[in-house]
Design a protein around this ligand. Structure first.
Ligand SMILES: *Cc1c(COP(=O)(O)O)cnc(C)c1O
Length: 460
């Protein structure tokens, strides 16, 4: 067939819309969308004729190809099964939300809510005020402000407290958090001048002291959340920094990164700095994330002295960085769970996963092993293996949690089989995400609470 004849084989949209197999998708998705997919198919068919001088292999069944394309259209945020072993996985959305938070968000989405409306005097309330009060009760802070994320919190604090002036930071704390959050760059975006003091491994109080001048607006510390310096090191603690700031009438700020509102060591977890401790020590302002160890929605929380928080609330950037009603609803519901700390390891999903016992995970691995082995037959050696999970989100980078994994080793020993296997897992209707290490695929079971969800994903 010559090219012209091939082109004439491409059906017209009108004709396609009259086909039986296409009426159902039109009824389901609407004509506009289906026509746009059919046009895309026509373009692909023309491309195939142009490049390969033939019709595409699906040409005999346009309705089937249409259904395939419509069905395989993926949501932007697809639910997956996290078997990476990282609990607060930034690329998988960090903290899972508590049931109470899910309910609160659903209500905030479905009904009008008192976002900036006070029921007492029908005046306009402040959108953060109720959540801020709760944060103050929990931490003893004088005041609080909530924005979109911790990066926004740091930006807003610097812009309010130090624009056009100098901020003194230790060289050991000029961190990059990932996703382009680098302390020196945030400083310049906020209009501040960074004054680096000390060295990468050691910074002393006198280093800050010598750098203080008329131009100094702030003394700042950044929690080095995603790396760890070992050996001959020294840093100035919150207490010392607060005292130095007070002596020179210079305010002090700490970006805590994760922060924990409650002592994590009570569950045998590693110690993470608590905002309330720094405020007690006299630090003026602390900032941290809502979706790291706190276990709530993405948010940036700023706590501290009332006069500074008032100024922060009034800065024009606050309007650009403010949290939306869904965030505030989820954060409020999450914080209310902290009033019953003895239940938190059940009610807060991230803490539940972090505190899951190795024995519990081992039992699950033993239950799953025969089923997974039966499914994968003889191509894979599947074993239960001890493994160590990570908290994630830069919290406690060197600490590990003991747990158990299922590992897949290819029988033929070829690495390409491993790549094919992980790809097939990513293409499941509910993708399963593990991690490849040491020539094996590891399914760390710490974050799998419902084993049927995994079995259904594999054997639908
Ligand atoms: C995670 C982190 C941030 C960024 O917080 P987001 O809530 O992700 O914007 C900033 N500083 C430190 C020290 C962090 O650990």
């Amino acid at each position: 067939m010559n090219e012209r004849a091939l082109y004439s084989q491409i059906p017209a949209i009108d004709g396609l819309l009259r086909e039986d197999g296409i009426a159902a998708p039109v009824a389901l998705y609407g004509q506009t969308y289906i026509v746009s997919v059919l046009r895309e198919m026509q373009d692909d068919a023309r491309g195939s004729i142009r490049d390969k001088q033939q019709l595409p292999d699906w040409h005999s069944g346009w309705a089937d190809e249409l259904s395939r394309r419509v069905d395989s259209e993926r949501e932007a945020l697809q639910p997956v099964i996290n078997l990476t072993g990282t609990v607060l996985h930034t690329n998988l959305g960090r903290a899972l939300q508590a049931e109470a938070a899910i309910e609160a968000v659903t209500n905030a989405m479905r009904y009008p809510v008192t976002l900036e409306y006070s029921l007492d005097d029908a005046g306009r309330g402040h959108r953060d005020s109720v959540v801020a009060e709760r944060l103050c009760q929990l931490t003893g802070a004088e005041a609080a402000c909530i924005v979109n994320n911790n990066a926004a919190a740091v930006l807003l604090v610097l812009a309010t407290m130090a624009a056009g002036r100098e901020v003194i930071v230790s060289r050991g704390e000029l961190v990059e958090i990932g996703g382009a959050f680098r302390v020196p760059e945030v400083m310049s975006q906020a209009g501040c001048r960074l004054v680096e003091v000390g060295t990468t491994n050691r910074t002393h109080l006198r280093d800050y002291q010598h750098a203080i001048s008329e131009q100094t607006a702030l003394l700042m510390k950044v929690h080095t959340s995603n790396y760890h310096i070992e050996g001959f090191t020294a840093e100035v603690n919150g207490q010392e920094l607060a005292a130095l700031g007070l002596a020179h009438a210079v305010p002090t700020v700490i970006d805590l990164g994760s922060g924990a509102l409650i002592d994590m060591t009570q569950w045998g977890l590693p110690e993470e700095p608590m905002p309330q401790r720094y405020l007690e020590q006299g630090i003026d302002i602390v900032t941290f994330s809502g979706d790291k160890l706190l276990g709530g929605p993405q948010a940036g929380i700023i706590l501290g002295k009332k006069e500074w928080i008032d100024a922060i609330q009034q800065h024009p950037l606050k309007r650009a960085l403010r949290a939306d009603k869904m965030t505030l609803a989820a954060l409020d519901a999450t914080l209310r769970l902290y009033r019953r700390p003895e239940k938190l390891a059940q009610t807060l999903p991230s803490l539940r996963l972090l505190t899951r016992s190795a024995d519990d995970i081992y039992d699950m691995a033993q239950r799953l092993l025969p089923k997974i082995q039966a499914y994968y037959g003889d191509d894979w050696v599947i074993r239960t293996e001890p493994c160590s999970s990570q908290i994630g989100s830069g919290s406690l980078p060197v600490e590990r949690l003991a747990g158990w994994a299922l590992t897949f080793t290819p029988q033929n020993g070829k690495g390409s089989a491993l790549a094919t296997l992980t790809q097939s897992h990513r293409r499941l209707a509910t993708p399963v995400i593990g991690r490849v290490n040491d020539g094996r695929l590891w399914w760390d079971l710490r974050c799998l609470e419902d084993e049927n969800r995994l079995l259904q994903a594999l054997l639908p």
